[in-house]
Design a protein around this ligand. Structure first.
Ligand SMILES: Nc1ncnc2c1ncn2[C@@H]1O[C@H](COP(=O)(O)OP(=O)(O)O)[C@@H](O)[C@H]1O
Ligand SMILES: [Mg+2]
Length: 288
């Protein structure tokens, strides 16, 4: 059983780097990503940021196998993510939490989190349905792990609550908890604080930090708001119009003239204090 494995194990040997190598993605005449490379070091929080239309969601979808790269490679240890289907990528321990919540609103938090564990269930649905002893034991273990992860994201007292009645911030944390329930080695987050108020943003940032330190997994965070990632990310890759324009520590990219120009040109804020103030979510829009 994997339940105890992640806890108190900050340096895990089973987490390879993610190597994005010369990736290009085209949609007809549009080049959404052009020769983008970066490396996610094991056990780090790596942010991919950029103004609207920079290619962040496209990169997220490449990492999770939803979009196919026209050129380049994405390696995760021995695995070639760019050659795998989304379910295969999920199968090697890569989990994603969506920008738009993909949960069942009528089902409880516990039921939604349990869905994240189905692929880990050995007894299978039929045995579980017949309530065979093995399935019952296994179900109990999964239930315990689900409760643990819920506790971790401060959802412990909401396990029986239907997701639909939770606040937006709580729902977003359920979405992250569901991804964690798959016991990933790599967690992909697409704009986890989009649409959140200041308090919710702070709680989510704390949760992400704790996931990294307690579970020791790698986290790729796609984010529009630069302020949000400054205190959170170990390393930042900046995209603009599908190209990588900077890659470095938060302090390095923040003072990079090309990054400043890209954000100013887009009319987006670059001020780190913005995150603390709870920058409103990205509104779909056009760039000059
Ligand atoms: N499925 C798609 N079909 C056509 N164009 C797309 C598609 N997805 C993204 N694009 C285009 O690719 C570019 C990058 O988009 P996206 O990755 O969504 O940027 P971001 O997430 O940084 O705002 C944009 O010009 C966008 O219009
Ligand atoms: Mg996007």
């Amino acid at each position: 059983m994997t339940a105890a494995r992640e806890v108190d194990e900050p340096t895990r040997s089973d987490i390879p780097p993610v190597e994005v190598d010369g990736v290009s993605v085209r949609f007809g005449a549009i080049t959404a990503l052009s020769d983008v490379s970066f490396t996610v070091a094991p056990g780090t929080i790596h942010a991919v940021i950029g103004p609207n239309g920079a290619g962040k969601s496209t990169m997220f979808n490449v990492l999770s196998g939803v979009y196919q790269a026209a050129e380049g490679q994405v390696r995760f240890g021995d695995a070639r993510l760019d050659r795998m289907r989304p379910y295969q990528i999920a199968g090697i321990g890569v989990a994603r939490a969506f920008q738009n919540i993909a949960l069942s609103g009528t089902q409880s938090v516990a039921e939604n989190l349990m869905l994240g564990r189905h692929h880990l269930t050995k007894a299978g649905f039929i045995a579980a349905g017949l309530r065979l002893p093995r399935a019952t034991r296994e179900g109990k273990r999964h239930g315990e792990r689900v409760a643990e992860i819920a506790e971790f994201l401060e959802l412990g007292d909401k396990l029986q609550t239907p997701v639909g009645v939770l606040s937006y911030g709580d729902q977003k944390r359920v979405e992250v908890a569901r991804a964690l329930c798959t016991e990933p080695r790599l967690l992909l987050l697409d704009e986890p604080v989009a649409g959140m108020n200041a308090e919710e943003t702070t709680r989510m940032a704390e949760a992400i930090r704790e996931i990294r330190s307690a579970l020791g997994i790698s986290i790729v965070l796609v984010e529009h708001d630069m302020g949000m990632v400054m205190s959170l990310a170990d390393r930042v890759t900046v995209l603009d119009f599908g190209r990588r324009i900077a890659d470095g520590t938060p302090a390095e990219v923040q003072s990079d003239p090309e990054v400043i120009r890209a954000y100013l040109g887009s009319g987006d804020e670059i001020n780190p204090s913005d995150a603390a103030a709870g920058h409103p979510s990205e509104t779909p829009g056009t760039r000059p």
